[in-house]
Every structure is written in structure tokens, then in C-alpha cells.
Design a protein around this ligand. Sequence first.
Ligand SMILES: [Zn+2]
Length: 60
Amino acid sequence: MFASCPNCCTNIKLERPEIGQKVVCPDCFKNLVIVWLFPIELDFEQTKPVSDQIKYFSKN
Ligand SMILES: [Zn+2]
């Protein structure tokens, strides 16, 4: 399976993708994380836990 890097759009081959799995882009070396499957979506790795993000968004 392939996912595209959100930074440089390179196709990254993933053997057994799982949500939350960390991936390093082979082209731009960004730290990425798999946030969704079917289709695979990658996002930049967050340093904050997911629970903090949910709190942040629910305040708005
Ligand atoms: Zn990249």
C-alpha cells in the first residue's frame, strides 16, 4: 500500500500500515504518523497526545 507524504507528496510504501504508526518520509525525512486507513492518510507527527488535541478543538 502507498501513502503520499503531506510535505513533499512522495509516495511512501507501507507494508502493514496501522493507525498511529510512525513513518519517516524517505524523501524529505519528515516524521509522519498514519492517521487514517483506506485511503491511507499521513500527518506530521504531533508532540502532544491526541487527548490534548481533542480538548483544544472542543474549546472553539
Ligand atoms: Zn516527504
